[in-house]
Design a binder for this molecule. Structure first.
Ligand code: AMP
Length: 276
């Protein structure tokens, strides 16, 4: 990959990287199609990164669909599919970690210790290997987006980051490889996540400014399904992720739930200024 990249660069070609863990859905495809418009070459990486899974998480059973993924990526305009093995990424003796302090602490950081360190470490390796000019990430993983923004800025990485809007199913559920785990009943319950976010946006548009009222409404909508367990509902500053006390400015509403063993996240922006 490094020598292919060096060759591209010597020819003056630009490259955009779309890092993924595979099991493609239309969210991934949309990122690839966007990448296609940004540069001469699109590199898509597939790497189920053991460093970002906790000991009780789904690393072993995470869906791996190489053949289907290859066809989908090709169809979406991918030029190079980069699928390193775990031993290539983390050979014996590997001991370096990239760690972002503040924005990785709250939200998923408190529920998934070590997760973001795994993400920022692997993304650093991917950037150093592929050496892309640009990289596209989905805003579904909003906290990940912020953490990657930090490593690029703080460590002077020469890559332009592009955030891509959340791609949703017809009922609003954010597309995710983990949706493959859901039973029909759980899939139906998962639709409540988007309903809860939309209802918070409606409340904000109608003038609601109480964080407590919005959180209660989100919680009520989610809790209507007995299989839904709430990990967190957060109203926070979209750049620092500090919890806010009153809805005055653009605010991130982020939620994480567990439905059975499946953990799902989603987010949206609340824009209180808009109706004033
Ligand atoms: P993953 O394979 O889940 O690690 O995701 C790879 C990339 O796709 C990440 O940048 C994700 O944020 C992005 N992504 C995953 N699902 C969606 C979605 N529903 N909409 C937009 N981007 C997504």
């Amino acid at each position: 990959m490094q020598s292919v990249s060096a060759e591209m660069r010597s020819l003056g070609k630009t490259m955009t990287l779309v890092p993924t863990m595979g099991a493609f859905h239309n969210g991934h495809i949309s990122l690839m199609e966007h990448a296609r418009k940004l540069s001469d070459f699109v590199v898509v990486s597939i790497f189920v990164n053991p460093l970002q899974f906790g000991p009780d998480e789904d690393f072993k059973v995470y869906p791996r669909r190489m053949e289907e993924d290859r066809a989908l990526a090709e169809n979406a305009g991918c030029d190079i599919l980069f699928c390193p093995a775990v031993e290539e990424m983390y050979p014996a003796g590997f001991q370096t970690r990239v760690f972002v302090e503040q924005v990785t602490k709250p939200l998923c950081g408190s529920n998934r210790p070590g997760h973001f360190q795994g993400v920022t470490t692997v993304v650093t390796k991917l950037f150093n290997t592929v050496r892309p000019h640009k990289a596209v990430f989905g805003l579904k993983d909003y906290q990940q987006w912020l953490a990657i923004g930090r490593i690029v800025y703080d460590l002077n990485m020469d890559v332009e980051l592009i955030g891509h809007p959340i791609v949703r199913e017809p009922d609003g559920l954010a597309m995710s490889s983990r949706n493959f785990y859901l039973s029909a009943g759980d899939r139906k319950a998962a639709g409540a996540i988007y309903k809860a976010l939309s209802s918070a946006q409606d409340m904000t548009a109608q003038g609601e400014r109480s964080v407590m009222s919005i959180k209660r409404s989100v919680s009520d909508i989610l809790s209507a399904y007995s299989q839904m367990q709430i990990d967190y509902i957060s109203l926070c500053h979209p750049e620092t992720l500090d919890e806010i006390k009153e809805l005055r400015e653009k605010t991130l509403l982020a939620v994480a739930v567990r439905i059975g063993k499946t953990r799902l996240i989603d987010n949206c922006l609340l824009l209180p200024g808009k109706c004033e």
